[in-house]
Design a protein around this ligand. Structure first.
Ligand code: CP
Length: 348
């Protein structure tokens, strides 16, 4: 099958053709090329979502990230790609993995990284997102990484500043670097993404991780199922081309990858599940439910995990779990994204 997608995001309009199905899994060899040769072009000034990226853009970022994994595993991890550049991490929502990995990624590429603490900033005195953005823009950063609780806030901010903007999660909309790190983890363990059967399970309704993953996995030729209680599945999911299940055991039958989602109670107005105990009984991943997937199925969770709610400790810490590896891939993917965006910075 040949799939033609057209790029409609912030980059120049173009179309690309990529053979997605048939033939052997795409082979790739991780190496140490990062920043030592001209990398393949990345035609976007910002990374605001997976939507708008072509399959070629995604694969190019994954290839760069493979190289960044090798760099991060060396004693000497420093590169000079972002030397002299300023990166601001602006997080309006709590984060452990995303913020710390963007900080490490920027530092490994040589940037000066500032973590802006929203809790102690003038946002608390009523300053708007736009005024905060204009204030930071006046300090001439090169890259701003933003997490915000409102869908679309990062797109708005990108229109108000002169520098590159990376979406580190906006409301229930997108979390593009999470989907990229998930894809990198899958590709390194299964050797391919195309043709795999991936189940995304749980609170899909409130999940930016699910949305970005569905777009990315479908673009690279995976078959995607979503599984959850009907109260936590958005209407019209089928139009994305996914299969929808409300029974974990049926939905997990024969899948290669089980991707669990956090129950996002901070985004819930009202009661979506009868109780946490009931939720775990029917939708929490334990050894019994996992046994319905393929014997070599792998388990993922973006974190933070609620043990005994979405996933049992037995599975989270078990031999099929990739959860720790996802965290390592997070640093590599963020290095790849920062490096790709750096090619568009002035005097790059
Ligand atoms: N997966 C994820 O976004 O984790 P954090 O909220 O800790 O950044």
């Amino acid at each position: 099958m040949t799939r033609r997608l057209s790029n409609t995001a912030d980059g120049p309009k173009r179309s690309c053709t990529l053979v997605l199905a048939g033939g052997a899994p795409r082979s790739y060899s991780p190496g140490l090329r990062m920043s030592t040769q001209s990398p393949p072009g990345f035609p976007h000034r910002h990374l605001l979502g997976i939507e708008g990226l072509s399959p070629l853009d995604i694969v190019a970022l994954l290839d760069r990230a493979d190289e960044a994994v090798e760099i991060s595993r060396q004693v000497e991890k420093k590169r000079t790609t972002l030397r002299g550049r300023t990166q601001i991490n602006l997080f309006f929502e709590p984060s452990t993995r995303t913020q710390s990995s963007f900080e490490l990624a920027g530092k490994r590429l040589g940037a000066d990284v500032m973590n802006m603490s929203v809790a102690s900033s003038s946002v608390k005195k009523g300053e708007t997102l736009i005024d905060t953005a204009a204030t930071l823009n006046a300090m001439r950063p090169d890259i701003i990484v933003v997490r915000h609780h409102q869908a679309g806030a990062v797109h708005l901010l990108a229109r108000k500043v002169d520098c590159a903007v990376v979406n580190a999660g906006d409301g229930a909309h997108e979390h593009p670097t999470q989907a990229l790190l998930d894809a990198l983890t899958i590709r390194r363990n299964k050797g391919r993404i195309e043709g795999l059967q991936v189940a995304i399970c749980g609170d899909v309704l409130h999940s930016r991780v699910a949305r970005s993953n569905i777009i990315l996995l479908m673009a690279l030729g995976a078959r995607v199922r979503v599984i959850g209680p009907s109260t936590l599945l958005p209407p019209g999911l089928q139009r994305f081309g996914v299969e929808v299940f409300t029974d974990m055991r049926k939905g997990l039958a024969g899948v290669d990858i089980v991707m669990m989602l956090r129950l996002q109670r901070e985004r819930m107005n009202g009661s979506f599940v009868p109780s946490v105990k009931e939720y775990f009984r029917y939708f929490g991943l334990d050894g019994d439910k996992l046994s319905h997937a393929r014997a070599d199925a792998l388990v993922m969770h973006p974190g933070p995990m609620n043990r005994g709610v979405e996933i049992s400790s037995e599975v989270a810490d078990g031999a099929q779990s990739l959860i720790r590896e996802q965290v390592e891939m997070g640093v590599a993917v963020r290095m790849a994204v920062l490096e790709a965006l750096a090619t568009h910075l002035p005097n790059a």
